[in-house]
Write a protein that binds this ligand. Sequence first.
Ligand SMILES: CC(C)(COP(=O)(O)OP(=O)(O)OC[C@H]1O[C@@H](n2cnc3c(N)ncnc32)[C@H](O)[C@@H]1O)[C@@H](O)C(=O)NCCC(=O)NCCS
Ligand SMILES: Nc1ncnc2c1ncn2[C@@H]1O[C@H](COP(=O)(O)OP(=O)(O)OP(=O)(O)O)[C@@H](O)[C@H]1O
Length: 198
Amino acid sequence: MTKIIGLTGGIGSGKTTIANYFEEKGVPVYIADNEAKKLMQSKLIIEEIKSVFGETVFESEVLNRAKLAEIVFGNSDKLNQLNSIIHPAVKKDFEAWLQKNKNYDYVIYEAAILFESGRYKDCDIVITVTAPEEVRIERVIKRDKTTKEQVLNRMKMQWKDEERIVKSNYVINNDNLKNAKEEVVKILKILNIKQNQS
Ligand SMILES: CC(C)(COP(=O)(O)OP(=O)(O)OC[C@H]1O[C@@H](n2cnc3c(N)ncnc32)[C@H](O)[C@@H]1O)[C@@H](O)C(=O)NCCC(=O)NCCS
Ligand SMILES: Nc1ncnc2c1ncn2[C@@H]1O[C@H](COP(=O)(O)OP(=O)(O)OP(=O)(O)O)[C@@H](O)[C@H]1O
């Protein structure tokens, strides 16, 4: 049976960067953030978001993600409400994706809130990607043209590295990309996963 590797880490730790490297090496990767974004364009989910958050988070039927982010990352009850709309849809979508990839020995499920959502329980192995908080904040400010306060608001809704690390099988320190990639190769070897030559 295909084994699920959960790949997690706080905002800006570099988990998508690391996930992409696993993919380069030949492991199929499901990026929960990206798939959630696509699912949030479905009519059913749009209606559910409207019923909870109102029409004001939409502009001509297009979700204003920044506006919704402002609401939910300042209020954990609202974030839980949004999560309970999106997470079941992502779970279902992932299960269908997994079926399509059932010939692989391992696949990767990449999600920032793997532990917070409880989805780590569906994983056979969990890898946490880490980097110092200040570095993560700087990366996100640069990537998203956002403010320190906005990044901190998201961080407050996530577990701390210490909490993630104790529940993980492997930890990849992504302070430095070259070293982090070497860690990926080590894990592939330990798990006996055949690598693409790249
Ligand atoms: C609030 C939304 C619209 C903001 O969208 P935006 O494009 O600004 O952010 P994006 O989705 O790309 O997420 C960027 C990062 O924010 C953090 N983040 C996103 N969702 C959550 C959450 N529910 N809890 C904690 N942190 C989160 C993660 O570090 C994530 O990698 C969006 O994040 C959302 O719908 N979140 C709830 C659904 C969810 O949990 N998605 C994540 C994977 S299932
Ligand atoms: N080792 C590194 N050195 C420098 N920059 C990096 C490194 N790893 C990732 N980055 C950059 O930092 C930013 C955040 O990385 P990435 O998007 O992979 O993080 P993430 O953990 O998936 O974030 P989020 O939780 O927001 O989705 C990106 O712009 C990426 O190119």
